[in-house]
Design a binder for this molecule. Structure first.
Ligand SMILES: *Cc1c(COP(=O)(O)O)cnc(C)c1O
Length: 445
């Protein structure tokens, strides 16, 4: 390992650190004959639009996730939208959401006529900063949207305490963290309701699909009422004789979806989901072993940090969706993250800086008129203007300078993983040479 790091950087014509073919180490999801058979069976039975398989998948999912209820969705965006509605988010209300996340954590609030009050993130976890929440709460705040960003479990304890104190709901967006643990508890089972994507790029990948999980019977029934017309009045695994609808306001609407949405999961996804879920714990364990091995190899290397919960914390990163590393330029003489990533890319692993772009600066949240109301939705139904311009969320706005994308290994192979770790180590240990060369090049201009 150290030998490789003594060689000339590939950026300057030296040998690449990564030489071995990666084989299937980056292939995800893992699809076998079992998935193919399950999906073909749906097709052959012409059962693409039913709910039987989805209900079986939901039963298995909630048992695994440790919640009383699970409800399948056509995608994660729809699941999040339903969760927001179930939590009572309506015109003129506000939700609090981190600015660094995929847009679907926030934009569906606009579909409800609500505004999004974006909070900053913690620079180490990249999740919502619990200290940047409470001062944003007002009497119209209905929910805190927590995102376990890039698989790191958000700090739920202080967030739940704030929410309970102010009597507002906590929605967990678990799209990046299926199976991840926060202090021994499953992400998605800690807040009032969890909603997630299960689309093909996520760590639990079953096609276009989503899931809502909750222990709250009323929230579950409201989700059904909003977009599962054929299940209204007979909540998921309850039969017709057991119409225990607890919210009497929902009973008159049996048979039609209150939200006007159709959120049913495609049964080819449900079929694939059942197979994927069965193998997920074991595949997740292999990812954890591989990713922890990679970061163990890089422990103590200046400039880079593993961004993983402490080993004895009871928290972990589940399937390590879209792993991110932390970058500390001050430890490498000020070498920028972008330049660092170029040098690592030259070593044979294509990487880049950054995360999702901050949402609070996007026009959708400034001038977007999602409801054709003739006014930006953010101010259409409220006196309070919570739109945030540049400089308001400094960590979110600058985090691309301090994060990079490491490899996401799905298989444990020491030889291969060592080479990728070498690529990062070699560049970090030779940062001074890059700085010197760049300075010389700049001087010549
Ligand atoms: C992928 C994703 C979603 C949206 O899910 P879809 O299934 O693509 O609709 C929502 N939130 C986060 C954080 C995501 O990464």
């Amino acid at each position: 390992m150290t030998n490789a790091c003594n060689q000339k950087l590939a950026l300057f014509g030296g040998p690449k650190a990564v030489t071995l073919p990666p084989g299937d180490i980056f292939t995800w999801p893992i699809i076998t004959q079992e998935d193919e058979d399950a999906v073909l069976d749906v097709l052959r039975k012409r059962a693409m639009s039913g709910t039987e398989l989805t209900k079986q998948f939901e039963a298995e999912f909630k048992a695994w996730n440790g919640t009383q209820y699970a409800l399948g969705y056509c995608n994660g965006t729809a699941a999040l939208h339903a969760a927001l509605w179930a939590c009572g988010v309506g015109p003129g209300d506000e939700i609090i959401c981190p600015s660094i996340t995929y847009w679907a954590s926030a934009v569906p609030a606009l579909s409800q006529g609500a505004a999004v009050n974006f909070a900053d993130i913690d620079p180490e976890s990249l999740c919502i900063d619990p200290n940047d929440i409470e001062h944003r709460i007002c009497k119209r705040t209905k929910a805190i949207m927590v995102v376990h960003y890039a698989a790191y479990p958000a700090d739920m304890d202080p967030i739940m305490a704030i929410a309970r104190k102010h009597n507002i709901k906590v929605i967990e967006d678990v799209s990046h963290a299926q199976g991840a643990l926060y202090k021994g508890r499953m992400c998605g089972a800690i807040g009032d309701i969890g909603a997630m994507s299960l689309m093909s790029g996520k760590s639990l990948a079953i096609g276009e699909a989503g899931m809502v999980v909750t222990n709250d019977r009323l929230l579950y029934e409201r989700c059904i009422a909003f977009g599962h017309y054929e299940r209204t009045g007979l909540a998921s695994n309850y039969n017709v004789a057991d119409k225990q609808v607890t919210d009497s306001s929902l009973t008159p609407f049996i048979g039609l979806p209150l939200g006007g949405f159709k959120h049913r999961m495609h049964q080819m996804s449900s079929a694939c989901g059942r197979v994927q879920l069965k193998h997920y714990p074991q595949r997740m364990a292999e990812i954890q072993k591989a990713m922890n091995y990679f970061w163990d190899l890089l422990e103590g290397v200046p400039g880079i940090g593993s961004r993983r919960p402490a080993k004895d914390s009871g928290s972990d990163k589940g399937g390590w969706y879209a792993a991110k590393g932390r970058y500390y330029p001050e430890q490498l003489g000020g070498l920028t993250c972008e330049r660092f990533c170029q040098a690592v890319t030259a070593e044979g692993f294509s990487t880049g800086p950054g995360t999702n772009k901050p949402l609070h600066l996007h026009n959708v949240f400034h001038t977007g008129d999602s409801l054709n109301a003739g006014k930006p939705t953010m101010i259409a139904f409220t006196e309070r203007d919570v739109r945030q311009g540049p400089g308001t969320l400094p960590v979110s706005e600058n985090i691309h300078l301090y994060t990079f994308r490491p490899p996401w290994f799905f298989k444990y192979n020491e030889e291969i993983i060592q080479e990728y770790a070498n690529a990062f180590r070699k560049v970090a240990l030779n940062a001074d040479k890059i700085l010197a060369a760049d300075k010389e090049a700049a001087g010549k201009k």
